[in-house]
Design a protein around this ligand. Structure first.
Ligand SMILES: Cc1cc2nc3c(=O)[nH]c(=O)nc-3n(C[C@H](O)[C@H](O)[C@H](O)COP(=O)(O)O)c2cc1C
Length: 192
């Protein structure tokens, strides 16, 4: 059975920076989304407390409930990460640690997710993206096999934060499309 439309994609940023390149990429993804696909930016990253298993009880902190609820309501999740010291920014890993519980029945379980990223360095946060995919797989998400690594982001993004290169813009649009199709195709074999 085909999934309902519209498809709701939660755009989850990895940066807290006001002029973030990676958050700009998520806004670009929203602008490039095809008809029938809504992209909503998650804005609560800075409000999440540090993960503490003692606080991860029946009634989790309100900010955590908001995060888990936003993921649960979404049909798919698009994550955009910077690279900090060859890895995932701590605040993004913290959000995913909260999202991973309760395990295995967490909000990300079997959820289609795609990872993109950017950095001011040459490789466009490729290492952080690789680690992020590994973390998401461990959590049980359905990681889509496509990505976008934008290096030298200061020059590679235009004034509106969109990839200046048409091929990179097309790739970003394609990723949103593939993510939505994965959501439409329904649950994975594991969940079936
Ligand atoms: C603490 C820190 C560590 C960083 N480490 C790396 C790194 O390992 N590789 C890289 O390509 N860029 C690194 N950068 C540069 C970031 O990619 C760059 O600041 C990027 O624009 C951050 O993403 P944002 O624009 O979305 O905030 C680092 C930046 C900071 C602040």
């Amino acid at each position: 059975m085909r999934h309902k439309t519209p498809i709701h994609v939660l755009a989850l940023p990895g940066s807290l920076r006001r002029a973030s390149h990676t958050t700009a990429l998520l806004r670009a993804a929203k602008a490039l989304a095809p008809a029938g696909v809504d992209v909503t930016l998650y804005q609560g990253l800075a409000d999440l407390p540090p993960y503490d298993q003692d606080c991860d009880v029946d009634v989790a902190p309100a900010e955590v409930q908001d995060l888990r609820g936003a993921i649960a309501r979404a049909d798919a999740v698009l994550l955009s990460t910077p690279e900090y010291n060859a890895s995932i920014p701590g605040q993004l890993k913290n959000a995913l640690d909260w999202a991973s519980r309760p395990y295995p029945a967490n909000a990300l379980r079997d959820k289609p997710v795609a990872v993109i990223g950017a950095s001011t360095g040459t490789f466009g946060a490729a290492r952080a993206q690789g680690e992020l995919r590994m973390v998401l797989s461990a959590i049980g998400a359905r990681v889509i096999d496509c990505g976008l690594a934008i290096g030298r982001a200061t020059d590679a993004l235009d004034a509106d934060g969109r990839p200046a290169d048409a091929r990179q813009r097309d790739r970003l649009a394609r990723i949103v499309h593939v993510l939505a199709e994965a959501a439409r195709s329904g649950p994975s074999e594991r969940a079936a």
